[in-house]
Design a binder for this molecule. Sequence first.
Ligand code: Y12
Ligand code: CO
Length: 171
Amino acid sequence: MIREIVIYPDKRLRKVSQDVTEFDEKLHNLLDDMYETMIAKDGIGLAAIQIGIDKNALLINLADEEGEQHKEDLLEVINPKITHLEGSEIYQEGCLSVPGYYDDIQRAKNITVEYFDRYGNKIVRDLDGLLAIAMQHEMDHLKGHLFIEKLSYLKRKKFEKEWKKKLKAAK
Ligand code: Y12
Ligand code: CO
């Protein structure tokens, strides 16, 4: 089922998500709904809190060189923990919860992440490039943080003014 995306400044986006304890059918249904929603909204990453569920679960499904997403490449990430961060990289990020706004954000270039798959199997991966960026972006959601919090003071002020105007016009 396609769920509604929680849009900034909804306060649910500031919630700290809780660890998944049961790797059961309910979790599988949540992950399936997240996938359907992410694809329907043209996303490449989604955290559960973006559909209002405060569980430590996120998806990443990057596109190939032709811009196509393949379900075989889908990462289903449960209870992730970053154990190593190295280097620095700037990438223009966007977020389904802040539609239409993109800006350059600095993050670690290489990370090691430990997480569980939908069956509770532990996975350890070294990530770089867009995967490392997407993982850090989505993991921030699990802690109640958004990429716009990394903007400079002036950029954030400008963003807030424009965002308020945009929301008012959409009413
Ligand atoms: C690099 C940087 C950020 C991420 C996090 C995942 N972000 C997304 O999946 C964002 C998707 C997105 C899609 C939108 O819809 C369309 O483009 C049709 C969108 O809406 C507008 O721009 C109006 C905004 C964001 C991963 C890797
Ligand atoms: Co996001």
